[in-house]
Design a protein around this ligand. Structure first.
Ligand SMILES: Nc1ncnc2c1ncn2[C@@H]1O[C@H](COP(=O)(O)OP(=O)(O)OP(=O)(O)O)[C@@H](O)[C@H]1O
Length: 367
């Protein structure tokens, strides 16, 4: 679906994307994970044709984004970090406008807008000004504009940033739903978000690809051997004897004991053979010998540790961004600040009553 080859982006002397190559296959959710300033937005802006690369190529469904931008862009729906919303338009007006910009046939526009509003759960707020919507609803409108034209690929830059936890969960569910019919690439600096939603993780650090695999494989192959620490009620003699005599097929590669500080309780550290989960076997070994386990903790490296190690020092350097006409990067102030509009809680009642009128939409609460 997407082939990124040897991509380079320089901002002056600053190398934001450093010979990045990866492939995105159809029908999966890809998570673009990296600390702030790692180069995620820059890469997404290049893939979507929003800015030009310094070197390298991007093929979208076989179309080179530089040579055939129209054909490539037709395959992509993009939700940038700052959704391109017009706050003084109603949701319906805005989506009709987007449909026109995307050159959807006039005869198909109304139908399509209706469908994307339905898909993103914003039909109840179709007549409301975008500036008066809560952040969660604005994000849905952002997703709806990305869906206009029914592109095969959705590229979402930090789609849950700034949302409250409930809104985050709702948007993640929506993304999961959309992934049934679309290939999705989303960026995030939150590991738990990416591992919860994505089939494949691309870890980016200092503009380079640090790792690319499924969340399961990343934790299995990079997190190293499982280590368990236990508190066992028993004497050192009985525990050591038990471990020495333990069946080799159990997968225990090593062990160590020391006093726990509590009378009659021993602290035991166990290392498993590679890719073995020994928790259950250890539980039964101790239980059969009448030695109660008071505590068991898996001490292996988590996916989080792997991420931190791979991206160490890979984040934002304190450096000025280019701004103004020379910069291809969209200015931060394209959209009016939130405080120019009534606070979300001032709108809650209105929007809630609008939703109540539309019972059975299945979307509520994100107001
Ligand atoms: N217009 C610009 N001019 C100069 N430097 C830029 C510009 N845009 C981005 N950069 C720099 O390029 C690097 C990558 O930025 P980018 O926004 O792509 O990172 P990111 O991974 O998306 O981070 P974040 O999560 O903070 O959005 C950063 O060091 C950033 O300061």
């Amino acid at each position: 679906m997407i082939e990124v080859k040897d991509l380079v982006k320089r901002y002056g002397n600053h190398l934001a994307v450093d010979h990045l190559s990866f492939t995105v296959k159809k029908g999966q959710i890809y998570g673009f994970l990296g600390p702030n300033g790692a180069g995620k937005s820059t890469t997404m802006n290049i893939i979507t044709g929003y800015i030009a690369s310094t070197e390298g190529t991007v093929l979208v469904d076989g179309h080179d984004i530089r040579k055939e931008p129209e054909a490539a862009k037709r395959c992509i729906g993009y939700l940038p970090e700052q959704p391109p919303l017009y706050f003084d338009m109603t949701v319906l007006e805005y989506l009709r406008f987007v449909a026109e910009l995307k050159r959807v046939k006039k005869s198909e526009r109304d139908d399509m807008v209706e469908q994307v509003m339905e898909m993103t759960g914003i039909t109840p707020v179709a007549g409301r000004m975008i500036g008066n919507l809560s952040k969660g609803f604005r994000q849905r409108v952002g997703l709806a504009q990305a869906l206009v034209g029914f592109p095969e690929i959705l590229i979402l830059d930090e789609p849950t940033v700034g949302l409250d936890p409930k809104q985050m969960i709702e948007i993640r569910e929506l993304i999961r739903d959309l992934s049934k019919d679309h290939t999705v690439i989303l960026s995030s600096h939150i590991l738990s978000e990416v591992s919860a939603v994505c089939d494949h993780i691309l870890i980016i650090s200092k503009g380079r690809l640090a790792a690319s695999d499924t969340p399961e494989n990343l934790s299995r192959t990079m997190a190293g051997a499982q280590r368990l620490s236990l508190l066992v009620k028993g004497t050192e003699e009985t525990v050591m004897e038990l471990l020495q005599g333990a069946d080799q097929t159990m997968g225990i590669a090593g062990y160590q004991t020391e006093p726990s500080g509590e009378a009659g309780v021993l602290s035991v550290s166990l290392t498993a053979e590679p890719e073995r989960d020994i928790r259950e076997a250890v539980f039964f070994l101790m239980a059969d010998a009448g030695l109660p386990i008071l505590e068991m903790k898996a001490a292996g490296r988590s996916l989080e540790d792997v991420f931190l190690e791979l991206t160490q020092d890979g984040g934002e350097q304190p450096e000025e961004r280019e701004t103004g006409a020379d910069s291809e990067y969209p200015a931060d102030n394209e959209c009016p600040a939130d405080d120019e509009y009534p606070a979300d809680n001032e709108l809650r009642n209105d929007e809630a009553s609008e939703n109540e009128k539309e019972e059975g939409t299945g979307h509520e609460g994100d107001l």
